[in-house]
Design a protein around this ligand. Sequence first.
Ligand SMILES: NC(=O)c1ccc[n+]([C@@H]2O[C@H](COP(=O)([O-])OP(=O)(O)OC[C@H]3O[C@@H](n4cnc5c(N)ncnc54)[C@H](OP(=O)(O)O)[C@@H]3O)[C@@H](O)[C@H]2O)c1
Length: 239
Amino acid sequence: MRFADKRIWVLGGGSGIGLAVAQAAAREGGAVTIVARRPERLDAALAVLPDGADGHVADLADEAQTAALFARAEPFDHLVFTAGDALQVGAVGETDLAAARAAYDVRVWGALAAAKHAAPHIRPGGSVTLTTGVAGRRPMKGWAVAAGVCGAIESLARGLALELAPLRVNAVAPGLVRTPLWDPMPAQEREAVFAHVGAGLPVGRVGEADDLAKAYLYLMEGGYSTGQTVVVDGGGVLV
Ligand SMILES: NC(=O)c1ccc[n+]([C@@H]2O[C@H](COP(=O)([O-])OP(=O)(O)OC[C@H]3O[C@@H](n4cnc5c(N)ncnc54)[C@H](OP(=O)(O)O)[C@@H]3O)[C@@H](O)[C@H]2O)c1
């Protein structure tokens, strides 16, 4: 029971990596509070979490909603931020600047707002863990905006680690992970992408949300890591 007596807030805990973090923390005795954008996602997630889990609906791109969430929060131990959408990809020459700016709204500005409003409520010994992606470390052609978003999150985590010390602030950088993020892609095409990308990775498969959850739990628990980004990508940055 690594998280007995701990409360963990997971912003983005309604699905995918965030839900896996919430489930893993709950299995280890943690009390979890999840935040989702869509009420139906929140309800479905709470249905698979143990009694004692609770949740809220909020648009984390809106600082006022984030501030309202934490204004009524009891002291807690760890903040995990996994809210975000799929990467924005496309040739630089065709970039819609308004859409490119919007790509930062949840993942960067939403994460900053969450850290800003949550930090005063986090107990000593606690942590903040953000979510970036390997697009920042190993972008492909057409990924310039995505690489910028991911790089910004890594740097934000380093800056916040100093600013909010002795709270610890880190980030996790997933590679390709099988989550509902990919649901908009037709099933057959999606499975073909997973199979193709997985076969090219040193570990021979794409990631599962549970693979990622382990990294978040490590960063919450490990009292001597701060300002770091843990890459969990099946070795993708090497090939
Ligand atoms: N899966 C991958 O391959 C992969 C790879 C690298 C990085 N990442 C990043 O990892 C993070 C988690 O992704 P995932 O795969 O777990 O995706 P997911 O299953 O789609 O989960 C993302 C969650 O973020 C929530 N969200 C999005 N915008 C929000 C907003 N404005 N306010 C509140 N909640 C919001 C969504 O809530 P609702 O469902 O309620 O709308 C959703 O539950 C994302 O930032 C993603 O870009 C994922």
